[in-house]
Each structure stands twice: as C-alpha cells, then as structure tokens.
Design a protein around this ligand. Structure first.
Ligand code: NAD
Length: 423
C-alpha cells in the first residue's frame, strides 16, 4: 500500500475510533468530559533512534509511544516494528488498549508504541540495536509501574528480552517487569506466546455457542500467519475445526477439505513463507475474504474488511484477532448481513490478560503453571464475552457487539474517572 494511502487510512481509523467513543458516551448519557479525556492520548512521545547498521553506516529511525489513558493503572500495550507505522495508527492502537483493559478487567491503562522500520530487511544484530535504542531513547517514559510494552507486529519474545535487558542496564537493577511477552528464562509467562490466539479461540467458541453452531463443525479462514494467526490455526485445529485457508503478507493457501495447521506452520518456519505448501491452492488476501467458511479471523493488520469487500464475506462469525481490521463501512455491511462480529477489543484481549498475569508473577516472584494460566485466561475471556454479549443484546440493535463492547468498557472507565475525581 502506498504511504499516503496508509496515512489517510490511519487518520480515518483514529477518527472512526473517536466517533465510536463519542457515540458511546452519548448513548450512555455520561458526562461529555469522559469523551474529552478519551479523545486524545495523555502523552505522545516521538524519539529519534540512531542505529549503527552492519555495514558501518548510521541510520536514525523514528520511534513512537502513545500513552492514552491511565485511569485504571499503568499504560500497557505492544510495540510494533513496521515501515508504515504512523502517529495516528499508534494513537488509535493505544485507545483500543485502554478500552480492552477496561473490558476484560485488568488494572492497566492503554499504551502503544512503534518503530518505523522494516525488520524483514534487517539482521538480528540490527534488530537488537533498534530494540535497545528504543528503550534508551524513551528514557523513563517506560517502567514496570508506569508503562509496560509487549510484542506486536514484527516484534517477539526476543525483542522483549533485549528491551528488558537494556532497561535493567539503565536502572542498574533487574527490571524484567518493564515488558511482558518475554522468553520463559527471563521472567516470561508460560502460555503468553499463544495467549492472544487462545483468547480468540474462547471468543470464537462462545460466539459459535451463541449461534448454536458446534465449534468443531466450523470451517475457518485466517488472514495472517504470525503470532496471532498461526497459533489460532493450531489451537482451532486442536478444537476439531477445519482450517480451510490461511494467508500472510505474500499470499496464502486454500483447501476446502482442510489443511494440517501444524504442517503449514512448519513449512512457513522452514521456508519463510506459506507459498509452495503441498496439498493446497494458492490464494490472494483479496480472495480470502470471499471464501466459503463459518468463521473468518482477520489476524494481520488494520483496515482489511472494508466497504469494498465486506459484501462478499460468507462467514457467519468474524473474530477480530488483529486490531482494527474492519473499517466503519465494512462494519455496517457485516451488520446488515447479520454476521456476528466479535470486536478486537474483546476478541484479542487474551494477550493483554496473560501479559497482566506475567507482570503479577514478575512483581511477586511467582511461577504459575500452564494449567493455571490457561484456566484463568478462559475465565476472564468467557466472563468478558458473556457480559458484552448480554449487554449488547439489551442495549444495541442487530447484535452490534462493537458498540456493546465500547459502551461496556467506557462505562467502567467513567466509573473509575468518577472515583478518582476526574469528573
Ligand atoms: P506478527 O508479526 O506475528 O504477524 C503478522 C502476520 O500478518 C504475518 O503473518 C504477516 O505476514 C501478515 N501480514 C502482514 N501484512 C499483511 C497483509 N498486508 N496482508 C496479509 N497478511 C499480512 O503479528 P501479530 O503479533 O500476530 O499481530 C497481528 C495482529 O494482532 C495485529 O493487528 C496486532 O496488533 C494484533 N494483536 C497482537 C497481539 C499479540 O499478542 N501479538 C495481541 C493483540 C492484538
């Protein structure tokens, strides 16, 4: 996508998010001040990150951190490395984090960060220098009690480990709680890597249950074969679902009879791409959205289901693994088609939930086992889904779960603002 088009879309995403927040405040008959607090980040930081490249040259990358709102607790949210990251995109992503944490009931505010770079064109050492440079440039903007990043697009547990190490050097004391999503030996939490996807699976299961469809009979199409999309494929296969399609940035695979998700992900790991996997046809990302399936999981980037392609969606359920994958026009069309859409701030909140578990364990020196983590995640996700679903059924037309989720989260934020004396 051209940079100008991407910037225009990010600006639209930010204004669409603001519109939804304003509408929710009005429908809930809350003080207009609630919207005033939520329409902008409390702080937005832009930094220059000088990095020595492997060829000896120096490049200066731009880094962002948006600290949207901390009425519920420290700012929390991922860092993405992406060549098209923009301030408006990062601001919108941080707003969704505020809403997500409120919705799922974890005591964090919303934050998000990015470095404008293409890690696919960098060596491991260059990526390490960018990661450490980001933490140094941000100085005391980040901290285990103030603002806690996590992985996002094109960042992973290794990036988090470098960031935790750099923060530890700066603070001159172990500071692992400054980021979550770390590898296990340096304070990571078992189950964090697949937590967002596991949360999506619980959300998909609850949505299917609401429509009286057995999850294991569902045919699944997934956009994105990274952390969220890849694990979603593996975990849904474990639930007995049929994975009919999966794509990544270069295209994808389709087999109406289903594919072995394990073999697909092993092929992607081995070759770096989905292309060439035997036993499936090649498809484009555009084709993915038109496929015959029961559950569609956009798990890549924003603005993928739009006014141009939503009419072609055949799925009965859309579970937004990615943040902001559906535009307002796409949303309206899916509603008209009676597609049950589980919105991002609910569907992908499993990641921040287990990040919260990791942070608690870091702070107290606990080590929970996989069974404990997964059960606590399931409890949180199921409770959040059922609360939002029942709130939506009572308050919103056409089972519009996005409006229901926004209203439910904003009600909680407004209560906290009231008690803190902000209103
Ligand atoms: P990732 O980097 O692990 O994977 C991203 C995937 O998207 C890759 O397979 C990539 O090839 C694909 N992709 C990129 N551009 C694409 C395009 N134009 N068309 C199709 N596919 C494309 O990232 P991730 O962590 O899986 O994040 C994916 C989404 O989930 C993002 O919206 C992110 O904000 C959201 N999310 C992630 C987490 C988490 O814990 N990682 C938590 C909540 C939400």
């Amino acid at each position: 996508m051209k940079m100008a088009e991407k910037l225009r879309r990010s600006e639209n995403t930010l204004s669409a998010t603001r519109n939804l927040i304003r509408e929710s405040v009005e429908r809930l008959k809350l003080s207009p001040s609630v919207y005033e607090y939520l329409k902008v980040p409390m702080r937005f930081v832009e930094v220059a990150i000088p990095v020595e490249m492997d060829d000896g040259s120096t490049r200066v990358f731009t880094g962002y951190r948006s600290q949207h709102n901390n009425v519920l607790g420290p700012f929390k949210g991922g860092i993405r490395f992406h060549p098209e990251a923009s301030p408006d995109e990062v601001k919108a992503l941080s707003m969704w984090m505020t809403l997500k944490c409120a919705l799922v009931g974890v005591p964090f505010g919303g934050g998000k960060g990015a470095v404008v770079c293409d890690p696919r064109q960098m060596s491991l050492k260059e990526k390490e220098r960018v990661s450490r440079g980001y933490v140094r440039a941000m100085g005391n903007v980040l901290g285990p009690e103030t603002d806690i990043p996590a992985p996002d697009v094109y960042t992973d547990a290794q990036v988090m480990a470098w960031m935790a190490d750099e923060h530890t050097i700066i603070m001159q004391k172990p500071s692992f709680g400054v980021v979550t999503g770390k590898p296990l030996p340096v304070g990571g939490c078992v189950g964090r890597e697949e937590a967002t996807s596991r949360g999506c699976v619980f959300a998909a299961r609850e949505a299917a249950r609401a429509l009286n469809i057995p999850l294991k009979s569902c045919r699944i199409a997934i956009q994105g074969a990274g952390n969220v999309g890849g694990y979603a494929a593996l975990l849904l296969q474990e639930e007995g679902c049929t994975i009919v399609a999966i794509t990544d940035s270069r295209g994808g695979l389709y087999n109406p009879a289903g594919m072995d998700a394990r073999a697909v992900m092993a092929h992607k790991k081995r070759t770096g791409s989905l292309a060439g996997f035997p036993g499936a046809d090649a498809i484009t990302n555009a084709e993915l959205f038109r496929l015959d399936c029961d559950i569609l999981i956009p798990a890549a980037l924003e603005n993928q289901i739009t006014g141009d392609n939503a009419a072609g969606v055949k799925a009965k359920i859309v579970v937004e693994g990615a943040n902001g994958p559906t535009t307002p026009d796409g949303d309206r069309i899916l509603k008209e088609k009676n597609v049950l859409l589980v919105p991002d701030i609910l569907a992908n909140s499993g990641g921040v939930t287990v990040s919260y578990f990791e942070w608690v364990q870091n702070n107290y020196g606990f080590r929970w086992d996989a069974e404990t983590v997964n059960k606590r995640l399931e409890d949180k996700m199921v409770e959040a889904f059922r609360m939002v679903y029942s709130f939506t059924s009572q308050n919103c037309a056409n089972l519009d779960m996005r409006s229901g989720a926004y209203m439910y989260a904003i009600q909680r934020l407004a209560e906290a603002m009231h008690y803190r004396g902000w209103l």
